[in-house]
Design a protein around this ligand. Structure first.
Ligand SMILES: NC(=O)c1ccc[n+]([C@@H]2O[C@H](COP(=O)([O-])OP(=O)(O)OC[C@H]3O[C@@H](n4cnc5c(N)ncnc54)[C@H](OP(=O)(O)O)[C@@H]3O)[C@@H](O)[C@H]2O)c1
Length: 309
């Protein structure tokens, strides 16, 4: 059975790792690393923007000599190869850590299992699979890019009580309230790219930026203009591992029909827009996704559907 303290520190590492989502700039995972000794966190770090430094080396540098005899909690297996940085597994061994607790194995073939071997060969005790599902979920974009050559895709839609996404064709419509609006900007900050359909770009002219005071994040902005699968492969080749699809209805329908989506986020307003409105796509049959969270955002309701923890 996993110790409560292992779960606690892995949660900490996950929280740190999530802050890097949408900031890797290429097909790389955002990893969290927390170094703990005698019940105290000595250092915590995530993969740097653009993929360097790696979380482990940043945490080791922050801890200095205090890294000796710590337990390292890492959300993803430490790397075992020379890439842009030297192997993190070796750096952990050289720093004299006593134990390494790993959330999930890295599917990347140059690492897969080899990081664990390197740690064990260096005398480090290794425990695998603590909060594995959550750790895998945090890096689903990276896993999908490596295995399926496409990004993690979230469909987001603001919809009125009568199932409309705009008051009339060609009319820009604010459907949800201030809290939902702020939530959207928070959401955008976890994506490498934001996509809309051609009509939405013409009608709404959305900026598709993350506007949170004091927070800098730039996602790529994409207008859908061709078959989706083809576009997704192209996006993965450009290093995009997380894609937020903001609509409109034809764009959502195209993703829903192809099955190329991993998460759906609906912002449901109590407003009624009436018969002249533009119908939302049909979100009633979400292949394999289940309700993960519902929460009030002022007068609106946030509903998240996904397939992971
Ligand atoms: N409430 C919300 O959350 C929300 C969010 C976004 C937009 N909206 C509203 O949605 C409305 C627009 O929705 P819409 O359904 O009319 O248009 P849309 O999804 O924004 O754009 C559809 C157009 O994109 C082009 N396209 C190219 N490749 C495509 C593909 N693979 N799949 C689908 N479309 C592709 C097509 O243009 P061509 O036929 O010219 O090639 C198609 O007509 C606007 O009123 C906007 O305000 C609401």
């Amino acid at each position: 059975m996993t110790a409560n303290s292992d779960i606690h520190y892995m949660r900490h590492a996950l929280a740190v790792a999530r802050r890097g989502l949408g900031r890797m700039g290429s097909v790389r995972p955002s990893v969290g690393c927390v170094l703990v000794k005698d019940g105290r966190v000595r250092a915590a770090a995530r993969t740097g923007d653009g993929g360097a430094p790696h979380a482990e080396s940043a945490a080791l540098a922050a801890a200095g000599e205090d890294a000796q005899d710590t337990t390292a909690y890492v959300t993803l297996e430490p790397c075992a190869h020379h890439g842009r940085t030297p192997p993190c597994a070796k750096a952990l061994v050289d720093a004299g850590i006593a134990r390494c607790v790993i959330g999930a194995l890295d599917p990347f073939e140059k690492v897969n299992g080899k990081g664990v071997e390197m740690l064990r060969a260096g005398g480090v005790a290794v425990d695998l699979g603590v909060l594995e599902e959550e750790c895998r979920a945090a890096n689903q974009g990276f896993f999908l890019a490596v295995r399926e050559n496409r990004p993690f895709v979230t469909l987001k839609c603001a919809v009125s009580a009568d199932g409309k996404i705009a008051a009339a064709p060609g009319e820009r419509t604010q459907i949800t309230g201030e809290l939902a609006h702020r939530y959207l900007h928070h959401l955008r900050s976890f994506y490498d790219a934001i996509l809309v359909g051609k009509t939405t770009m013409e009608v709404d002219q959305p900026q598709l930026t993350t506007r949170i005071e004091g927070y800098v994040h730039e996602a790529q902005r994409i207008v859908l203009d061709r078959p989706v699968q083809e576009m997704l492969e192209d996006l993965a080749a450009r290093g995009i591992t997380r894609l937020l699809v903001e609509g409109g209805a034809k764009t959502h329908t195209s993703f829903l029909e192809s099955g190329l989506y991993d998460e759906v986020i609906l912002l449901k307003s109590p407003k009624v827009l009436g018969e002249g409105g533009v119908d939302a796509a049909d979100f009633s049959n979400l292949k394999g996704l289940k309700s993960q969270k519902t929460r009030a955002l002022g007068e609106d309701l946030l509903a998240i559907y996904g397939c992971s923890a």
